[in-house]
Design a protein around this ligand. Structure first.
Ligand SMILES: *Cc1c(COP(=O)(O)O)cnc(C)c1O
Length: 363
């Protein structure tokens, strides 16, 4: 069985990986309980904290598991039955935080937003002095493409003395992440989004306050135990066998980004998004939100064609993968990603495919 890997991939993860970084994935996997690998992991931690503009004394742990592992580990490690979480639920990733809290019986309330709507000052008003202890938000709600106003959220958290956990899985390196400025306790990301490495590793950056909280709390999960991850991380190790190859890939990528400056990928993503958004005006799609993250453009079909059918046709007949929506917007919306190793020429090819579909009377 072989899978065609020559599609142009506009999905929002896994994203296209630069050749030099992808090549690392093909190398022989070394043994990892070594001083050399420990040094690499310490470097990964320092670089990712730097890229997240983390405060002095912050720590980062690398988990073997996709982004959702980081979401669950952060909730379990930082919060418990004595907390009252306030969760922004504007799509499938906000819903995921709610489901994690619900499964683990951590009290929460959700701010339920209509699909594609940003969070406003007015939305937060009813929750001022509401007796909450923590605020959880997906900085970019990737399912709708909405970017939430982090200044608004961090002000609200400061005013109400709330611990803040930010899922920056699709925004880290695509929109500015400023952990210290937001006074965030946890910021999450994953290897297969704008970091543009293979899927399988997720990261949690923790404020000094969060580290203390974790160290003082009994773990509630064996594998996702952050206390043990932090302890092992002190010597550049992980409790169990990590995704060694991906961590080496991440190291190469972070060093590459450090050389360019960590704002370089943000600028690049924004430039690609702008290029695409300028070009899209000629086609029967409507941009589905006013508050877009740089990493993805959400689009709503204006014509009859199902968005999911468009995804199938583009893949089968043009070798192009757009990002399909799921759930109730499966047939009305689709998304085009801008994170990963993309070029303007790739978007030109997508535009030519749209032109062709219009000429054929399909679009
Ligand atoms: C991709 C993503 C996740 C994690 O999804 P996984 O499939 O578990 O990696 C979580 N939150 C957001 C906002 C995402 O974009």
């Amino acid at each position: 069985m072989t899978i065609d890997t020559h599609h142009i991939n506009f999905a929002v993860g896994p994203v296209p990986i630069e050749e030099e970084i992808a090549a690392v994935g093909g190398e022989v996997i070394p043994y990892f309980r070594t001083a050399e690998f420990s040094a690499l992991m310490k470097e990964n931690e320092a670089l990712i904290l730097d890229a997240m503009q983390a405060p002095e004394g912050a720590r980062a742990v690398f988990l073997t598991g996709s982004g959702t592992a980081a979401m669950e580990a952060a909730v379990l490690g930082l919060y418990g039955e004595n907390d009252r979480l306030l969760i922004v639920n504007g799509g499938s990733f906000g819903k995921r935080f709610c489901e994690i809290a619900s499964l683990h019986k951590i009290p929460y309330e959700e701010i339920s937003l209509p699909f594609g709507q940003p969070l406003t000052k007015e939305d937060l008003l009813p929750y001022e002095n509401g007796g909450f202890t923590a605020f959880l938000v997906n900085m970019g709600e990737t399912s709708s493409g909405v970017l939430y106003d982090m200044a608004l959220i961090s002000d609200f958290c400061r005013r109400n003395s709330l611990s803040l956990t930010v899922d920056a899985i699709s925004t880290f390196l695509a929109d500015p992440v400023e952990m210290a400025r937001w006074s965030a306790d946890a910021v999450l990301t994953g290897s297969q989004k704008a970091l543009a490495t293979a899927p399988g590793v997720s990261v949690i950056a923790l404020s000094p306050r969060a580290v203390l909280r974790i160290e003082a709390t009994e773990p509630k999960s064996y594998y996702l135990d952050l206390r043990s991850a932090l302890k092992n991380g002190e010597r550049g190790q992980t409790p169990y066998t990590p995704a060694v190859g991906i961590l080496i890939q991440i190291n190469k990528r972070l060093n590459q980004l450090k050389e360019m400056g960590f704002d370089a990928p943000v600028k690049r993503t924004k430039a690609l998004a702008d290029y695409f958004r300028r070009g899209i005006a000629n086609y029967p799609f409507t941009v589905a939100t006013d508050a877009m993250q740089n990493g993805v453009t959400p689009l709503k079909m204006r014509g009859e064609l199902s968005a999911h059918r468009l995804f199938e046709i583009l893949m089968a007949e043009y070798g192009i993968v757009i990002c399909p929506n799921g759930g109730p917007t499966r047939d009305t919306h689709f998304r085009v990603g801008h994170i990963g190793y993309h070029t303007e020429e790739e978007y030109d090819k997508l535009f030519r495919a749209f032109d062709d579909l219009m000429a054929r009377g399909i679009l």
